[in-house]
Write a protein that binds this ligand. Structure first.
Ligand code: NAP
Length: 286
């Protein structure tokens, strides 16, 4: 098959230059021997509808969607998976019999990463603390409830946002201000940072992991730097620490399978490729 006819997918966003999705998908295309390609598409605000129209034409079999278009993608879809409908945001698009279809793979990516890096975590996860109340926190809370977490405390700078999230998910979820963290951490078996705090260029996340029980697991969705100060502190205390890069890699797999017809695997080689790229960009240590 010539390159022109080979299936192609892309990540649509603005800005999109920093996205590691092309590295991930092109690695899988190469290692599975599939003729295809995956590009970046800079889609400015206001141009999403036109971009969505192009899916299914000229070899474009689908797309990932990133900031600021995840809600636009949700609105543009004719069909949604249950997860995308639950989260109100779409990060994976494809077309079926003319209909634009959307999925959200963040919850699946979060769970696959936690299963891989902290096997058995779900057997003792009565109390969870989730920091943040944006799109990522929503995907995390949904995923944790699917795995029968009993109580999820959502802690956020803007309390109203945490309250809206907690109300959406029902009585298992509750909303708190950051000042409540010391009390909440003392009983938490799993702490998840789903805020932007601790990311390179953002303020640090001020959490005392010394307050967590000795069996607690600490997960950070931030992957730039790869080892956030939160994870470093958790490791220093002997707690199980789960980094965010694995979620990025695992959330990419369902889209690849839909577009290119083969289930890819998150290997140590792929992980090393992305780690090297992050380090090269000078982002590993801000
Ligand atoms: P978002 O919708 O913009 O939400 C950002 C969250 O961080 C909000 O809860 C916000 O609180 C909080 N926050 C931001 N700046 C803050 C500050 N200075 N002080 C206190 N709180 C602050 O973003 P998102 O899409 O949910 O993403 C959140 C993080 O998860 C990002 O770092 C993103 O890179 C990461 N992420 C990683 C993956 C992965 O695959 N590993 C996937 C998705 C997201 P307010 O509500 O008060 O503004």
């Amino acid at each position: 098959m010539s390159d022109h006819l080979a299936p192609r997918a892309c990540v649509a966003g603005s800005p999109v230059a920093h996205s590691r999705s092309p590295l991930i998908h092109n690695f899988w295309l190469r290692s599975l021997g599939i003729a295809g390609r995956y590009d970046r598409a800079e889609v400015p605000p206001g141009a999403f509808a036109q971009f969505a129209e192009s899916i299914g034409k000229d070899g474009l079999v689908g797309a990932n969607v990133t900031v600021p278009h995840k809600e636009n993608a949700f609105t543009a879809c004719d069909k949604l998976t249950a997860n995308a409908a639950e989260l109100g945001a779409v990060n994976t698009l494809w077309r079926e019999k003319g209909a634009l279809c959307g999925d959200n793979t963040d919850s699946a990516g979060f769970l696959a990463n936690l299963d891989e890096q902290a096997p058995g975590w779900a057997s003792a996860v009565e109390q969870v603390v989730v920091i943040g109340a944006g799109g990522a926190a929503r995907a995390v809370v949904s995923a944790l409830l699917a795995r029968r977490a009993e109580r999820i405390a959502i802690v956020n700078r803007t309390l109203e946002r945490a309250e809206r999230l907690a109300a959406h998910f029902g009585p298992a979820a509750s909303a708190h201000v950051p000042a409540a963290l010391p009390r909440l951490l003392a009983r938490a078996r799993l702490l998840v940072n789903a805020s932007s705090l601790g990311m390179a260029g953002q303020p640090p996340l001020d959490v005392d992991v010394g307050l967590l029980p000795a069996q607690a697991i600490v997960a950070d969705l931030v992957y730039v730097p790869l080892e956030t100060p939160l994870l470093a502190a958790a490791k220093a205390r002997g707690l199980r620490a789960v980094e965010g890069l694995g979620m990025l890699l695992h959330q990419a797999a369902p889209g690849f399978e839909r577009w290119f017809g083969a289930r890819p695997v998150v290997t140590s080689e792929l992980r090393a490729l992305i780690e090297t790229d992050l380090a090269r960009a000078g982002e590993r240590r801000p």
